[in-house]
Ligand binder design. Structure first.
Ligand SMILES: NC(=O)c1ccc[n+]([C@@H]2O[C@H](COP(=O)([O-])OP(=O)(O)OC[C@H]3O[C@@H](n4cnc5c(N)ncnc54)[C@H](O)[C@@H]3O)[C@@H](O)[C@H]2O)c1
Length: 346
């Protein structure tokens, strides 16, 4: 039996620090150990959060009976090998997005989840914004009617992360803003649409601004800086998706997911930075109304606390390996479509 608090090891201390902060607030979790190859990051995080067990070898955590679950917050190229090793060592895994660099890696991860029976969740954290949780309840209750279209995007005017690091290498990251930012907005749209199966994908990618900025600094840039996508689903619904790290657009950071149904439509968007609002639009008693759902306390449960509760209860977590694989299949098809200049059937 697991203890009342799930004992986590956090691997990777960039985004991993965010996980540590959420885990420290979570009633059913504790951080037993942290891991990073970068000694400076390891010591700074260990000192700041008073975590004594620090290691540069993640296999130490996987071998220890004192760790129940790990957070994999590593560069994308390591998501599959480290998650699979952790699952095979009997650990539950909360893995950062994207699930992997491509669908082939995601399939291997799903296989390891099935074989080991351990819990696996992707950190699609925007599902855990109170605005998204409220909208999901409306959708689940059928309030939107028949959902037939969505549009979803994350645009940054100038926001390429760490130019010249693993982020801008196709080999290490699997792609650019599509796999980095678009993956969140793709998941959110699919989640609000009931996760229909994609049947066809048409995409285009661009790299002109990113390549030019990288060249000025003598850095590598082998990914896109913008992607534009149209997806068809088996239930007849469609989705327009866009993602960019660099564009000559209006706002620094603009996130929007809008879902259209026969009875109502809804949107999730950032008002500024990482603050979000939810809206429902529908006709009511002869008027067209806009409803702004407010957060319930239960909407404030973090992804980390949700995952810990699932480990203790055995419930299936939100954002499963199956859903992650669906997302990766769509992303693979977008890159293939962009390369070939034609629609890809799935
Ligand atoms: N969900 C979100 O909103 C969100 C936000 C940012 C990043 N991310 C994801 O988090 C992951 C990490 O991104 P980041 O921004 O923290 O990157 P980062 O490069 O800042 O951090 C990665 C860390 O992993 C460490 N590392 C690399 N190889 C290692 C190994 N073998 N063993 C131990 N440590 C190792 C590096 O030293 C580095 O400190 C990515 O998959 C990214 O997509 C998610």
């Amino acid at each position: 039996m697991l203890e009342e608090r799930v004992r986590f090891g956090v691997i990777g201390l960039g985004m991993g620090r965010y996980h540590i902060e959420r885990l420290l607030e979570a009633p059913h979790a504790e951080v037993r150990a942290i891991c990073d190859l970068d000694q400076g990051r390891l010591e700074r995080a260990g000192d700041q959060y008073a975590i004594a067990w620090r290691t540069s070898n993640y296999e130490d955590l996987l071998a220890s009976p004192e760790i129940d679950a790990v957070v994999v917050a590593l560069p994308n190229v390591l998501h599959a090998p480290v998650s699979i090793a952790a699952l095979r060592a009997g650990k539950h895994v909360l893995c950062e997005k994207p699930m992997a660099r491509n669908a082939a890696e995601a399939e291997q991860m799903l296989q390891a989840v099935s074989e080991t029976g351990r819990l696996f969740m992707i950190h699609f954290n925007y599902r855990f914004t109170p605005a998204a949780a409220a909208l999901h309840r409306y959708v689940e209750a059928g309030e939107l009617g028949h959902v037939y279209h969505a549009r979803s995007w994350w645009h940054r005017s100038r926001g390429i992360p760490n130019l010249g690091t693993w982020f801008t290498s196709k080999e290490s990251a699997g792609g650019g803003p599509l796999i980095d930012l678009g993956v969140h907005r793709l998941d959110l749209a699919l989640w609000l649409m009931g996760y229909p199966q994609a049947t066809a994908v048409s995409g285009a990618t661009y790299d002109l601004l990113g390549k030019a900025l990288a060249a000025e600094q003598g850095r590598e840039f082998t990914v896109e800086d913008m992607a534009s996508v149209f997806v068809r689903f088996d239930n007849g619904a469609t989705l327009v998706l866009e993602a960019s790290w660099a564009e000559n657009g209006e706002r620094d950071e603009e996130m929007l997911t809008q879902v259209y149904g026969t009875k109502a439509g809804c949107l999730h968007r950032n008002t500024r930075g990482y603050e979000f609002e939810a809206r429902i639009f529908r006709p009511e008693h002869g008027s067209y109304v806009s409803i702004a759902p407010q957060a319930y306390p239960r909407d404030l449960v973090s992804a980390q606390e949700h995952f810990a509760q699932c480990v203790l209860s055995g419930d299936t977590p939100s954002a499963t390996a199956e859903q992650g694989l669906q997302v990766m299949r769509i992303i693979d098809a977008i890159y293939a479509s962009a390369a070939r200049g034609e629609e890809i059937r799935l």
